[in-house]
Design a protein around this ligand. Structure first.
Ligand code: GAR
Length: 202
């Protein structure tokens, strides 16, 4: 069966990447194949997860590039060389320019650890999102998978899942609950939905 070629862009631990790898193994992702894992951090544990799963990896470091646009161009070239059709941002900690998002229009998705439009946009990433949610005192948070456009966390929402905030939560405890109960479920789900849709267009 023909499958959509997926690249996963990562910067850190890669638990969302692991959820995608596991989902492909179990058949939750059936219309796409993770063909490349690209990191902007050479020490990302996500790279070990990719190697363990036998997936090709590539590291592109901003510090080895002339500027941000050169960095993005190197990533675009890598994605094109590998015939990538769908890009999944799974804990990728760089904001992408309009040039990048337009190059792969409606083919980039991101997982964000809150219910957008709360606690999102520039400056809201990783633990900071959960710190802000706790500071505000919300009783419900969650995760969102959305299409990536030039506005940080501003593209069309594809899937959301709510998660309760509990008495005594720390940012770390809340982050773990949001990952387990939302991110690791909705990211594979959205990846399959979009892969299936893109397959239909081929
Ligand atoms: C995840 O919680 C992801 O939603 C978040 O970073 C974490 C990465 O964890 N992404 C953002 O905040 C993007 N704005 P992981 O490397 O274990 O998947």
């Amino acid at each position: 069966m023909n499958k959509i070629k997926i690249a996963v862009l990562v910067s850190g631990g890669g638990t969302n990447l692991q959820a995608l790898i596991d989902a492909e193994k179990s058949g939750i992702i059936n219309s796409g194949k993770i063909s490349l894992v690209l990191s902007d951090n050479a020490n990302a544990y996500a790279l070990t997860r990719a190697n363990n799963a036998g997936i090709k990896t590539k590291v592109v470091l901003l510090k080895n590039c002339e500027n941000k646009s050169d960095f993005e161009q190197k990533i675009i070239n890598e994605l094109k060389d590998n015939n990538i059709e769908l890009i999944v941002l799974a804990g990728f900690m760089k904001i992408l320019s309009k040039n990048f998002t337009n190059t792969f229009k409606d083919r980039i998705i991101n997982v964000h650890p809150s219910l957008i439009p709360s606690f999102c946009g520039e400056g809201f990433y990783g633990l900071k999102v959960h710190e802000a949610a706790l500071e505000k005192g919300v009783k419900v948070t969650g995760a969102t998978v959305h299409i990536v456009n030039e506005i940080p966390d501003g593209g069309k929402i594809l899937v959301q899942k709510a998660v309760d905030v509990l008495e005594g939560d720390t940012p770390e405890i809340l982050q773990k609950r949001v990952m387990e109960q939302a991110e690791w479920i909705i990211l594979p789900k959205a990846t399959e939905i979009l892969s299936k849709k893109l397959l239909g267009k081929e």
